[in-house]
Write a protein that binds this ligand. Structure first.
Ligand code: SF4
Length: 187
């Protein structure tokens, strides 16, 4: 199986979820958020095709990581590959965060028509959901680009059939505490 990536995996990220993380930059996104920081990831023909087994080896060889983060792009546009990577990562003890332009509620509606959406959600621990909204952009909020985006406990949300927000992330990030300007814009 192949996955389309926007760029090679990135190890040791501390800004794409909690802890030290390996980020999988998936290629392809149809949300077209105005002000998106990563427009080069939108095309479904862009980036490059990566063999999944090779990607698994790279993930396994990423030492001292707390988990992986599926970002992009939007990993929900490559369901088979994202399920495979998330399931594998869980099997070797890595937790899974994912970023998507869909809201949790939209994903639950999509899951009624496509089982694979639910299969992917079941392999995700934390979901950062919703489109990037330029008018709500914030460099201060942890792990997200605009204040409408939520950081969701997926297992609890699936159990309760409603989004359960992880409130400990509802605070400013450390860059702000140090009075430094972050150069990273989360999308
Ligand atoms: S901000 Fe994210 S969801 Fe929105 S268009 Fe860009 S990559 Fe897609």
């Amino acid at each position: 199986m192949l996955i389309r990536l926007a760029r090679p995996i990135q190890r040791d990220s501390i800004v794409d979820g909690e802890g030290l993380r390996t980020v999988i930059w998936t290629q392809g996104c149809a949300h077209k958020c105005f002000g998106c920081h990563n427009p080069s990831t939108h095309s479904f023909d862009g980036g490059f095709a990566q063999d999944i087994d090779e990607l698994k080896k790279q993930i396994k060889n990423s030492h001292n990581q707390d988990g992986i983060t599926l970002s992009g792009g939007d990993p929900f546009f490559q369901l088979d590959a994202s399920i495979e990577i998330a399931t594998y990562s869980q099997s070797i003890g890595l937790n899974v965060w994912a970023y998507t332009g869909y809201t949790f509620e939209q994903l639950m509606l999509l899951a009624n028509k496509n089982d694979k959406v639910l299969m992917l959600l079941q392999q995700i621990d934390v979901l950062v959901d919703g489109r990037f909204e330029l008018s709500k952009r914030s460099l201060d909020w942890k792990f997200r680009g605009s204040k409408n985006q939520r950081i969701i406990d997926v297992k609890k949300s699936l159990k309760g059939n409603k989004p359960i927000i992880i409130t400990k992330y509802n605070k400013n990030n450390s860059y702000n505490i140090l009075n430094k300007k972050s150069q990273h814009i989360y999308v």
